[in-house]
Design a protein around this ligand. Structure first.
Ligand SMILES: C[S@@+](CC[C@H](N)C(=O)[O-])C[C@H]1O[C@@H](n2cnc3c(N)ncnc32)[C@H](O)[C@@H]1O
Length: 240
């Protein structure tokens, strides 16, 4: 019954409404907003992400969650970690796919489902998650290898890792021209391909989904900030 009702959350309008109502309750009524800084993220990380705290309409996470939802060994009670959900949108989306044991981890929280903490030093024990998802968050790390090592540490052997990133051909100067600032410091190397993402993990057993920004759409100076930049997605199973 729970599963059938939760399936309603696959409908964009319902998921967005539930997300916004819950945000209103926790933010305005309970006044639950908390933030912390991380030395391994960038100066503008919190400011940049607070600007879009109320946005629930982006569908890019579906490219990670859909392939994960098709894996037969995962169950409604499988333990899932979402790194950098920003708001409850990713978590509610996972509920819609029938996963109910979901924890978020972020530098920003207002929700009982999002633990506050740094993805480079996660407040979790070793070997506890069946799935670790990191969507559009890795670019905020000065030390992606440290992040990947933490993802591996908290994952069980055989766990599923799902990572998604925006494809970008912008230079540092072009980012500043478009946004007024760059979300990363000058000189940061952008991981822009599925191979770049997979190389961070030592033992990959099987690749489940590989999506290497096939259309190579990027924000650019001519068109400005575009609505649908391409995605680089890797979903794979790790051994430990
Ligand atoms: C762009 S949002 C991603 C939101 C959502 N997953 C999506 O794809 O639409 C990136 C999130 O990563 C979080 N983040 C950045 N650095 C972090 C860190 N060191 N530890 C935990 N979360 C971090 C930010 O606060 C932000 O909420």
């Amino acid at each position: 019954m729970k599963k059938h009702i939760a399936q309603l959350l696959k409908v964009d309008a319902i998921r967005i409404l539930v997300g916004k109502l819950r945000l209103f309750y926790y933010l305005r009524i309970r006044r639950n907003l908390k933030t912390i800084n991380s030395e391994q993220s960038f100066e503008v990380t919190i400011m940049h992400n607070l600007k879009t705290l109320k946005v629930f309409g982006m569908n890019r996470m579906e490219r990670i969650i859909s392939p994960i939802s098709a894996i037969e060994s995962l169950k409604p009670e499988s333990k899932i970690l979402v790194i950098g959900p920003r708001n409850e949108g990713d978590i509610i989306r996972l509920w819609g796919h029938g996963f109910f044991n979901v924890t978020g981890l972020d530098l920003i929280t207002y929700s009982p489902h999002i633990k506050i903490g740094d993805m480079h030093e996660m407040p979790f024990e070793d070997n506890i998650f069946d799935v670790v998802i990191c969507g559009w968050t890795l670019a905020y790390s000065k030390t992606p290898q440290k992040l990947a090592d933490e993802m591996t540490r908290v994952s069980k052997s055989g766990a599923i890792i799902g990572i998604g990133q925006e494809y970008s051909s912008l230079t540092h100067e072009e980012s500043i021209e478009l946004l007024g600032y760059n979300i990363v410091d000058e000189g940061t190397i952008r991981l822009n391909t599925v191979d770049d993402l997979k190389k961070l993990f030592k033992k990959i057993r099987t690749t489940i989904f590989s999506h290497d920004a096939p259309d190579k759409r990027s924000h650019n100076l001519k068109d400005g900030l575009i609505n649908n930049p391409s995605s680089v997605i890797a979903v794979f199973q790790i051994d430990k």
